[in-house]
Write a protein of this length. Structure first.
Length: 336
């Protein structure tokens, strides 16, 4: 039996974005259970709820474990509006995407967009020219265009990292390694449920028994265990800039202790600026993505499948670029 938008196979069944969402959608069970527990004065944590979720979704196949730190946070606090954060869009159980602007020393502003754990899933897409796909079979769910299956669920999309020719890490999509993965490289890892993690490949990630579907690597880590890279002030370490300038358009992606994914970007920033903004937002791990003005793009929508708007002030690319196709890889964020 084959489901619409095939991408992964679990127990002999094919799973596309909708199939992955069936598994990730099991997280909604957590919300109901924990809301009830909270109302009665209970202290159920995500770690306890994850064990319940594993039982609930056993028939659908294994799920990746959350980060160890996730066990201390309750779902109720994770989905509520928080001071300093502005809601952008809502999921079935609360805020799915929110933002804050961090002003760093020097007066530069970095926009941090938070994708809430349990409210969204992620897909990695190749570009039309990069990375090279060779003989790999690229389905619509991973193509240079947001697929028809993803479009009604789309909450956001953001740029990937450097070109494959830069030699800064590997690339795997839909279980197919297009560029060999590098141990220790900063990695955005997406599992078969659509959950994303940020960490060092072969060291922090993948988690034991995690079923990885896609990996995007880019340079050495920006942040490890809440500590910013000791090379953060060496501008050359973080890529060649237009005209050799230090303050240019930059982007990065991180993960906080609750499992939320944080995308940070600005059209004018130093490497330390995006790192500081991510740590201020709670990131415990992070990797740099692309730099320079032509490649920084964040698209957002207030409702799943709704009109897209630019997410970074002054970004060069139109918000709907990914709907028509793009030459470089990117990540879509989908509502559960």
């Amino acid at each position: 039996m084959e489901l619409e938008g095939t991408a992964d196979r679990i127990g002999g069944f094919s799973l596309g974005p909708r199939g992955r969402r069936l598994i990730a959608g099991g997280l909604l069970v957590l919300v109901v259970a924990l809301a009830s527990c909270t109302a009665s004065g209970g202290q159920t944590s995500i770690g306890q709820a994850h064990r319940s979720l594993t039982t609930t979704t056993a028939a659908l196949g294994p799920t990746a474990p959350p980060q160890p730190e996730v066990r201390a946070l309750t779902i109720g606090s994770a989905l509520a509006e928080q001071p300093g954060w502005t809601p952008v869009s809502y999921g079935s159980s609360g805020i799915a995407v929110d933002q804050r602007t961090v002003t760093v020393p020097g007066g530069r502003s970095i926009v941090v967009t938070r994708f809430r754990f349990g409210q969204v899933t992620f897909d990695l897409h190749v570009g039309s020219t990069d990375p090279p796909v060779g003989n790999a079979v690229i389905g619509p769910q991973d193509s240079p265009v947001v697929s028809a299956d993803e479009r009604p669920l789309l909450l956001a999309a953001f740029n990937g990292g450097f070109k494959a020719g830069a030699g800064v890490g590997g690339f795997e999509v839909d279980h197919q390694v297009l560029v060999p993965l590098v141990v220790g490289a900063a990695s955005l890892v997406i599992d078969t449920t659509g959950v994303a993690h940020i960490g060092r490949w072969g060291q922090d990630l993948p988690y034991p028994k995690e079923h990885v579907v896609s990996v995007r690597q880019n340079l050495a880590p920006l942040i490890v265990d809440s500590v910013i890279s000791p090379n953060i002030s060496d501008i050359g370490v973080w890529g060649a800039t237009l005209g050799g300038g230090a303050v240019v358009a930059r982007s990065a992606v991180g993960e906080d202790a609750q499992g939320n994914i944080l995308y940070a970007a600005s059209m004018q920033a130093l490497p330390i600026d995006v790192a500081d903004a991510l740590t201020a937002a709670g990131a415990t791990s992070a990797m740099q993505l692309d730099i320079n003005p032509n490649w920084i793009e964040l698209a957002l929508t207030k409702t799943a499948g709704g009109p897209l708007i630019p997410g970074i002030p002054g970004q060069n690319r139109p918000a709907d670029q990914y709907l028509f196709g793009w030459t470089r890889d990117f990540v879509t964020v989908l509502a559960i």
